[in-house]
Each structure stands twice: as structure tokens, then as C-alpha cells.
Design a protein around this ligand. Structure first.
Ligand code: 4AD
Ligand code: MG
Length: 464
């Protein structure tokens, strides 16, 4: 007897045939006529399957009557067209096998709606709700679409290290990886912790970005991309920051800043089109329950060219804006979310790629522009989210890179392998990093980034 997923069964119902379905009970309703309606869900789609269990079943009293939400069962029976309004097909159960009962008193997912905040306390169970099941499916489609997009364009998928000794972004927001005894670490003559005695013989951390290693592979394999976890020990308690998040980082040799922005635009449109095409049922749910504009916004982005705007022009525009910004605007400031949202929501009503930021705001690897003041950087801004992508053309000129590293007081030895890439056949190249959770947020309309990754890590929280 075939074991069917509910999604497949509803897509092409094998009517009048006997089959089995596994899943978790969402509700059970007992009717006076001597049978029960059991709604089960297996996570394959939003819809439940309605199973009708007759009181004549041998285990009706001992098992079926004790099925509460959360119980895991296998229902076997004949599939028929339903007389009810809610569903097209239903199953008349010939047998109900119980894998596991569920305690009604302590199960956190009761029939009534539970808030997203409370569900964060039950992150191990929340995939069984409509919202988190849908988020998980959309996230999966976005992952697969990412690989498809880059594979179709002959990019090589690259796994960069998680443990590293370099601070790519230079922001000092790294989690230390060490096997030294935290109570009595060895110390050098100056009293500093002596990492030469540590596991890697130097201070190591979790990576903030795979970019530097991706650059090395791009300078040989031409086009690469990473898709991996990255870590930031920044104490940001916002709906858009995680301490552990997933980043997609393409890196392309023989590419400049304009080519980089083009790739970012093509990739984002590809992702949102994939969600619109492949997640219809889930998107309809998000549009109804979470954010009534999500489908319209995604469709608009797929159809609209991105606006390109140099930072200096963005500052002029913000300076003249009829808006009450909390952070005052002047040339040299880092754009805050309020500024980013003004640009993409009010000024242009379309995604905006801001380019050529002041060099003082950006990391050492970005290519210096001829004006001496700005670098070939780009940030892609989306409505509601603000920055979704950060990237740049990289500094390929050895002397300029070294000068910049000295300016920032960086240890040349530590980055010697990176500098080598400028010594041995250096080429113009560019890339970017896309915050994967921010894309999932955007595609679903979910307001908090903690609700689009299965088990979020944030300050004071690494539970589950
Ligand atoms: O702008 P960022 O810091 O850029 C880099 O790390 C570059 N090395 C990328 C590259 O050029 N290869 O980060 C890239 C993106 C941001 O635009 C944002 O979407 C996301 O990563 N991001 C975060 N997402 C969630 N939580 C955080 N704490 C994030 N920090 C950055
Ligand atoms: Mg950035």
C-alpha cells in the first residue's frame, strides 16, 4: 500500500484507492453520528487531510478517542471526494495506527492561535504550525533557487572555512574559537593571553564572511559562490540581526562594480520569481495572515529595474528630504535603516543600489575610486528591510591595497596569502554578500528575523 505525502495526494488524488498517510493531528472533532473527523498535516503543504474514523474501528475507544493535537498517526483507508465545503478529498479510515500520543495539557501548540513570541520558546515544535511550516518551505525553495541560479550561470559552489584567523570585515565582531583553559590561559611577557599555545597556534574565530577565501578561488576558477553560516558577535537586538546567519557570496573575476550590481539585480529577481511561481499556496497564506502587500511587493520587484544611485547623490537627496530623521544627514555618515527605507520606499519606490560610499566607512578590501574619497562599494536596499546585499569591486592593485592596510594598521603577515593574489596575476574582480534570512523575511513578510531561521542565535539566546 503506497505511503503518500499529503501534498501529492491532494495534487493528484487517487480516488477510491486505498492508501496510507502519515502525519500529526491538528484537530479531532467527534460527531454525534458515531465517528470522528481528524485533521492531519505532514508538513508537505499547508493543507490538512481530513480523515474520518468510525467508532466501529477496533481501537476507537482505546486510541482514536485519545488523539489530541500533536499526536502522530498513520491513517489507512479509501480516498473519496468530500461532501464538506472545506476540502476536495477525505479519507475513510479502515485503520488508524498511533505512533505517538501527545499530552494535551503540556503541548504548547493548542488549537487556539499562539503568538509568534511564544512560539520562539517552542522552536523545536513550531514547524508544526501553519506559519512555520510555510516559512520552512519558502526557505527551502529559496535555497534551491540560489543553487539553480548560480549553477545555470556556471558558478562553482565553494565551501569556505568556518574557523578563520582573519577578520574580513575588520569590525572586531568575532566569536573566539579556543581550547585554552578559560580559567588560567597561558600569558606572554606582557600579560596578554598567549594564543601561540592555543589549538591553531594563533588566535582563531568563527568567520564573519567567506569572501576572502572566495576571492582566492575566483582568481583561478573565475566564478564561485559560497552559501554558508557566518557569525557576528554584534550586540544588536533588532528584528534584522542574528548572531548566526547564512550568507550567499558570489565572487567573479574580470568583473567591475557595474557588473556586480547587475548580478545582484538578476539574482534577487530570480529568487522572488521562484517564490511567486513555486510557493503559491504558502504565499497566499502570508499575504492573508502576515503582510497583505507581500505578493504585490514581490511581483513589483520582479518587474521593476533597480535604481542605481551614488552615495553622494543619496546624501544630497536625503538632506533635502521632507522627513524627520532621527540621525542627521551629512556626507560621511553611514546610512541608517531610516535613510535606506526613505530611499527605497519614498524617493524611488523600487529597489535601490547605493554605490561609491566614503572609504572611511568600508573595509580594507574595497577598490579605491579615483576621487581618493570613495570606494567602489554597493549596497542593495529593499523596502521595509533596508540593506539586503552588501558588496564591492575589490582592490586588485598591490600598492593601493598595501597602503590601505597600513592606513588601517593591519598586520600584513596575517593577510600575506590574500595580498599574494595581487602579486600573482591580479585581475579586477567583484562580489557581494546576501543575507539569506533577510531574503526569507522579505519573501514571507515575516517581521522578525528570529522567525525565519529554524533555531535563531541572538544575544542571550542559543537555546535548542
Ligand atoms: O554587508 P556585509 O557585512 O558584507 C560582507 O560581509 C561582505 N564580506 C560580503 C561580500 O562582499 N562577499 O554583509 C552582507 C549581508 C548584509 O547586506 C545583510 O543582508 C546580511 O549580510 N547581514 C546580516 N544578516 C543577519 N544578521 C546580521 N547580523 C547580519 N549582518 C549582515
Ligand atoms: Mg553591509
Amino acid at each position: 500500500m503506497p505511503n503518500l505525502r499529503i501534498a501529492d495526494l491532494l495534487a493528484t488524488p487517487p480516488l477510491d484507492a486505498t492508501c496510507s498517510v502519515n502525519g500529526w493531528v491538528r484537530t479531532r472533532r467527534d460527531s454525534k453520528g458515531g465517528f470522528s473527523f481528524i485533521e492531519i498535516n505532514d508538513g508537505s503543504c499547508m493543507a490538512n487531510l481530513q480523515v474520518i474514523a468510525d467508532a466501529g474501528l477496533p481501537n476507537y475507544e482505546t486510541a482514536v478517542a485519545k488523539l489530541h493535537p500533536g499526536s502522530a498517526i498513520r491513517a489507512t483507508g479509501v480516498l473519496t471526494g468530500s461532501e464538506g465545503q472545506e476540502q476536495a478529498v477525505e479519507m475513510k479510515a479502515a485503520e488508524i495506527h498511533v505512533y505517538g500520543f501527545c499530552d494535551i495539557l503540556s503541548y504548547p501548540l493548542q488549537k487556539q492561535r499562539v503568538s509568534l513570541e511564544r512560539l520562539r520558546e517552542a522552536a523545536h515544535l513550531r514547524v508544526r504550525t501553519n506559519t512555520f511550516g510555510a516559512v520552512a518551505r519558502v526557505r527551502n525553495i529559496l535555497s534551491f533557487a540560489t543553487h539553480r541560479f548560480f549553477q545555470e550561470r556556471q558558478f562553482l559552489y565553494l565551501n569556505t572555512p568556518i574557523i578563520t584567523c582573519s577578520d574580513c570585515e575588520g569590525a572586531g565582531q568575532m566569536f573566539r574559537v579556543s581550547t585554552l583553559d578559560p580559567d588560567k590561559p597561558p600569558r606572554d611577557k606582557q600579560g596578554n593571553v598567549d594564543y601561540s599555545q592555543d589549538f591553531f597556534s594563533e588566535a582563531a574565530s568563527l568567520t564573519v564572511s567567506g569572501q576572502l577565501e572566495a576571492e582566492a578561488y575566483a582568481c583561478g576558477a573565475s566564478r564561485v559562490y559560497t552559501f554558508g553560516p557566518t557569525f557576528r558577535a554584534e550586540n544588536s537586538n533588532t528584528p534584522r540581526h542574528l548572531a548566526e546567519f547564512w550568507m550567499v557570496e558570489p565572487e567573479v573575476a574580470f568583473c567591475d562594480l557595474a557588473g556586480d550590481v547587475d548580478l545582484a539585480e538578476e539574482y534577487l529577481k530570480y529568487l522572488f520569481k521562484a517564490v511567486l511561481d513555486e510557493c503559491e499556496e504558502d504565499l497566499a497564506f502570508f499575504n492573508k495572515r502576515i503582510d497583505k502587500t507581500v505578493i504585490e511587493t514581490l511581483s513589483h520587484i520582479v518587474d521593476t529595474p533597480f535604481h542605481r544611485l551614488p552615495y553622494t547623490e543619496a546624501i544630497e537627496l536625503l538632506g533635502k528630504a521632507d522627513a524627520d530623521f532621527e540621525f542627521p544627514v551629512s556626507w560621511g555618515i553611514d546610512l541608517q535603516t531610516e535613510h535606506e527605507r526613505y530611499l527605497t520606499e519614498t524617493a524611488f519606490s523600487q529597489p535601490v543600489a547605493v554605490t561609491d560610499y566614503p572609504r572611511t566607512l568600508k573595509p580594507f578590501y574595497m577598490r579605491c575610486n579615483d576621487d581618493g574619497k570613495t570606494v567602489a562599494a554597493m549596497d542593495v536596499l529593499l523596502p521595509k528591510i533596508g540593506e539586503i546585499i552588501g558588496g564591492s569591486q575589490r582592490e586588485e592593485r598591490l600598492d593601493v591595497l598595501l597602503e590601505r592596510m597600513h592606513e588601517l594598521d593591519m598586520d600584513e603577515d596575517e593577510y600575506s596569502w590574500y595580498v599574494d593574489l595581487r602579486r600573482f596575476g591580479s585581475v579586477p574582480h567583484a562580489g557581494f554578500g546576501l543575507g539569506f534570512e533577510r531574503v526569507v523575511q522579505f519573501a514571507t513578510g515575516m517581521a522578525n528575523i528570529r522567525d525565519v531561521i529554524p533555531f535563531p542565535r541572538t544575544p542571550h539566546n542559543a537555546r535548542f
